[in-house]
Design a protein around this ligand. Structure first.
Ligand SMILES: C[S@@+](CC[C@H](N)C(=O)[O-])C[C@H]1O[C@@H](n2cnc3c(N)ncnc32)[C@H](O)[C@@H]1O
Length: 211
């Protein structure tokens, strides 16, 4: 990270970053300094383009953005600061830690957008969409909340469906092919998606409802 961004992250630490050493509040909306109607979480925000777009589009919703890659995290902090967003909180480590920290039933949505595909079999255990993380997401989401997953890797889409559809706590909402072939309403795309599209890959957009 550049010295300027390192200084920015240090300056904004107390106000912008989640502190998991503290007990989680009963209502995660109180993590933000303004009244909000809901809290959503994005796993692996990359440079934060989607997170910032969403936070600007829904100023009455709180967004928790998680990105462990230091270089990308610095970019998110700079982007959130430049946009003057007060409805964003960030965490720079494994999203599983935040999902476990939050109270049960406290999130309205979890987005996992273009998770690292880990194509080699011996690395599959690193894939974010796993039985353990699905259980974490199911606990943190309230009934009626949604888990959205986008991927351009057909084997990962199959993997996510195979793990999610047998579960009693999630229901795949797709009724026709367009429901997973077309991006979601208001979708701004992501940086990674742009690369995938330029390479000719075709994304899938999965939405699961927390039952
Ligand atoms: C392929 S990139 C996609 C980034 C962004 N969502 C996009 O579409 O441009 C996957 C991101 O997930 C992050 N990531 C990987 N494991 C994670 C975890 N356990 N918790 C949170 N983020 C994670 C990586 O650091 C990386 O930035």
């Amino acid at each position: 990270m550049s010295p300027t961004r390192t200084a920015l992250v240090a300056d904004l630490g107390a106000s912008l970053l989640l502190d998991l050493a503290r007990p989680a509040p009963d209502d995660p909306r109180t993590l933000f300094p303004l009244p909000l109607r809901d809290v959503r979480l994005e796993v692996g925000c990359g440079g934060g383009e989607h997170l910032i777009h969403e936070a600007l589009a829904a100023p009455d919703v709180g967004f928790i953005g998680i990105e462990p890659f230091e270089e990308a995290f610095g970019k998110i902090v700079a982007g959130v600061e430049a946009a003057g967003l007060r409805n964003v909180r960030l965490f720079a480590d494994d999203a599983a830690l935040v999902l476990d920290w939050l109270p049960a039933g406290s999130l309205g949505r979890v987005d996992v957008l273009y998770p690292d595909p880990w194509p080699k079999r011996r690395h599959w255990k690193r894939r974010f969409v796993s039985d353990e993380n699905l259980a974490r997401m199911a606990r943190a989401l309230r009934p009626g909340g949604t888990f959205r997953c986008a991927s351009d890797i057909p084997a990962y889409v199959d993997w996510a469906l195979l793990r999610t559809t047998p579960r009693a706590d999630f229901r795949w909402t797709a009724e026709r092919a367009d429901d997973w072939r077309k991006p979601w309403a208001g979708w701004p795309g992501t940086r990674y998606e742009g690369k995938a599209l330029r390479a000719g890959r075709v994304p899938a957009y999965l939405v699961f409802e927390r039952v």
